[in-house]
Design a protein around this ligand. Structure first.
Ligand code: C5P
Length: 320
């Protein structure tokens, strides 16, 4: 009983911190670098506004670009896109794990649990080597941002960490930009290294995420937030990954995204950097993402699972 109350108190603290972070992050990012001109529609009542969060995320339709998509069907660049689907044997996929890179994964001993899932998603250059006990060793897919694809220190076109796994790379472009605009105005030119990678490894499953779908996800997040404006920057890789995976997976376990009581102030489990903005957000609308993810949690013992073990369980809605 006592322990349960403690978990509830922790939950309240976390939710309050997210709510506060949501307010503060908007003041910080008034710049509107992406020219977001979304006008929120404010419903009058809770009943009018409320819509299940999993459905909102599914409806964003986060996806990878395909050869047949305009304008890539007319451009030589589009022929670089793999013919394969994002995942093989989708019908056999029952459970998926998404491993956030949060510092509080350190010491979690969740590695074995993570590796039991059919699909394991990781982000950017987050390593498994040397961290197997806490984060596991299986990787099916990596969602990588355009900085990781571009900056020399990550060595995207050679580093073993990006080989023999599915890659889904993203860059936001501008909010209302066309895909043609995107090809010349990405935040970081991910196209050059994508091309090098695809030519070097023609059998690889390396995809680009449709930037329009990233902004649709942002809109879903703003709809969830209702009359509280969220920062006008794209969602984090973690949230994009969730939205990309959910349509392919009946059950997703998102590990240490909503922080557990292991919360330790570290940014990543693989570095010593202390920075709570990595967890609570300042640039990305991360606090809103995490409140929305918590709203999607279906674990039966919900508080124990999320706040003691660090596991948020999300079930895909049967039909939209
Ligand atoms: O820092 P990076 O973007 O590589 O981390 C991958 C993802 O893990 C983030 O996009 C975010 O969704 C999640 N993350 C988190 N809390 C942290 C660090 C990362 O939720 N402290």
């Amino acid at each position: 009983e006592l322990c349960h109350n403690k978990t509830q108190q922790f939950r309240q603290r976390i939710v309050q911190t997210f709510e506060k972070a949501m307010m503060e992050s908007v003041n910080e990012s008034q710049a509107n670098h992406y020219n977001v001109d979304y006008k929120p529609v404010f419903g009058d009542s809770f009943e009018e506004q409320y819509y299940p969060s999993t459905c909102l995320v599914m409806e964003a339709g986060v996806r990878v670009l395909r050869r047949k998509d305009e304008p890539f069907n007319k451009l030589p660049f589009g022929r670089l896109f793999p013919r394969q689907k994002l995942f093989r044997n989708v019908k056999d996929i029952k459970t998926c794990a998404i491993v956030s890179s949060a510092g509080s994964l350190a010491g979690s001993k969740l590695g074995r649990f993570i590796d039991t899932h059919d699909i394991v998603m990781r982000f950017n250059h987050a390593p498994t080597q040397g961290h197997e006990v806490d984060v596991g060793s299986k990787t099916t897919i990596r969602v990588v941002n355009s900085q990781v694809v571009t900056k020399p220190e990550f060595d995207f076109t050679h580093a073993p960490i990006f080989r023999n796994v599915t890659i889904a790379a993203w860059d936001p472009g501008k909010y209302n930009g066309t895909l043609e605009d995107w090809l010349t105005s990405a935040d970081y030119d991910l196209f050059t290294n994508y091309e090098i990678y695809r030519r070097r490894y023609p059998k690889s499953r390396a995809f680009l995420i449709d930037p329009h779908s990233v902004w649709r996800l942002w809109q879903s997040l703003q709809m969830f937030a209702g009359n509280r404006p969220i920062s006008r920057n794209p969602p984090s890789s973690g949230f994009i990954g969730l939205a990309l995976l959910l349509p392919h997976c009946p059950q997703v376990d998102f590990v240490e995204y909503v922080p557990s009581t292991r919360l330790n102030g570290r940014c990543h489990y693989y570095s010593k950097e202390m920075n709570s903005a990595c967890t609570f957000g300042s640039w990305h609308p991360l606090a809103a993402e995490k409140l929305m993810a918590l709203d999607m949690n279906m674990a039966e013992d919900d508080d124990m699972s999320v706040f003691q073990f660090g596991i948020l369980r999300i079930r895909r809605p049967d039909k939209l």
